[in-house]
Design a protein. Structure first.
Length: 109
């Protein structure tokens, strides 16, 4: 993911743990949080809810292999603005651009 973001012209901040992710989110200055549904010490839904408890503005998207409709709905209900199922590379960049810049030149949602 960090290689793709670099190719798109974005700088990625990688969190090695949920606590690192929360610390990065709390520090502010993030243009977008990209979460996976499955994490080693928790899950992305809980992390999304924790971020939303103190930050209602930073866009959050899921990019995950959890593809059931219920998984997607849980992510959106937790506060994410977008949920893409891996490996949806076609909509990845347009979705990131839309969330960060408010533009989406290649796809319509």
């Amino acid at each position: 993911m960090s290689v793709l973001l670099d190719q798109y012209g974005y700088e990625a901040v990688i969190a090695a743990s949920v606590s690192d992710a929360l610390a990065s989110a709390r520090s502010g200055g993030l243009a977008l949080c990209i979460l996976d549904h499955w994490l080693t010490e928790s899950n992305g839904i809980e992390l999304c809810q924790q971020i939303r408890a103190f930050d209602s503005d930073t866009p959050i998207m899921f990019y995950s292999g959890a593809a059931y409709g219920a998984d997607i709905q849980k992510g959106l209900d937790a506060g994410a603005q977008a949920y893409l199922v891996k490996p949806d590379f076609e909509r990845l960049r347009p979705t990131i651009d839309r969330l960060i810049h408010g533009t989406d030149s290649n796809t319509h949602h």
